[in-house]
Design a protein around this ligand. Sequence first.
Ligand code: HEM
Length: 419
Amino acid sequence: MVGEQSDVPDVFDPRIYAAGIPHDRFRELRDRAPVTRQAEPEILGWPAGPGFWAVTRHADVVRVLKDSETYSSHLGATQIRDPDPADLPFIRRMMLNQDPPEHGRLRRLVSRAFTPGRIERFAVTARERAGKLLAEAVAAGGEVDLVRTVTDDYALLNLTDLLGVPASDRGLLHAWTERVIAYQDPDEPPVLDEQGRPVNPRSPAMLAEMFAYAQELAAYKRAHPADDVMTSLATSELADAELEMFFFLLTVAGNDTVRGAAPGGLLALAEHPDEQRRLWSGEVSVDTAVDELLRVHPPVLSFRRTANRDTELAGQVVRAGDKVVVFHASANHDERVFAGPHRLDLGRTPNPHVSFGDGPHVCLGAHFARLQLRVLYEEARGACGGLTLAGPPRRLVSNFINGIKSLPVRLPEPTARPA
Ligand code: HEM
């Protein structure tokens, strides 16, 4: 095992991210040590790990994500923390944790459920929903937390529509995702085993309730087919265990990402009044704005791969079995690719950000996610054109999801809003 480099900044500690993306640290790594060892000490009750390679430049991140033969999603799955070896076969049932060619079979099956026509139809419902939630927030007047009043419900309800989950069950989806995603955050106390050690939220024991729900819903959809993703999956050739895993994957991948992107985008707008005005006045297109806001606030901070063989990356020897972690948050701010990477430019084009990943696992829900964000910003323009921060946002303690737990903003009086 290669020794850690003690003189390079730490980008592993999940607590760092509660203060925002550590841009200075990433910049130093990109300049000085673009592929560098990171220690993985015990933190917040989670056991220490063997350490990993942090990949911070755009070109290297793309290279790792595209080369699934060398950088496997299957060997050690895709989270920085190593799973319990006993759980690995279970975790590998999810296509996120598979490599081609096996991955391709599931990917093709599920892609069929994400037809462009189906996604576009949700635009109407999403627009009504965004308009209603924003109008309620404005009516409440003065200072509001946009996460609690608008963005959490917006993302969750859009996902329940797509999957075909009754809206009244959205609380269940919310609780399950929080358990999996927010497990490093002190607001989400870990479930402990008999020895007092935290139980991995992705272990079979923790997911039993969600899987039982997935089966119940699939049975209902077979009896009452509808135009939704669960009907497509329930009537496909997926085995029961595969269907459960898909429900889990879509619940988590489709929820917390948009729940992070929506307040992250609104926060960036509130922090940049000039760019906000350019957007509201129509000077820049909402489509380029959506991508620029995703670039500066990537909802996913990092993903992990495991080297399949000895290789070399940016001059570093990486050994078979080593963990390799790509940092999307750093790649999106690489000066080698983006002019003025710390400047918010809502008209930026081209904008080759990697917020949706790259290679065989590139996000399957990107179109649906962009649609939701476009509609939300368009509705925000009409409902409250003029966002000002009323206090600092609260961020998630996580080195995986760039989450925002609260976003206090001041909304203008209805009479002060642009026509
Ligand atoms: C702004 C919102 C989103 C972001 C930033 C995002 C980001 C990502 C990223 C980075 C990956 C690649 C994972 C890897 O490299 O291992 C991914 C995969 C995936 N995403 Fe998204 N995602 C978003 C929204 C969604 C939505 C709304 C859905 C579905 C409803 C979704 C479904 C998936 C699925 C199924 C995969 C796995 C693809 C595979 O393994 O082939 N995502 N996403």
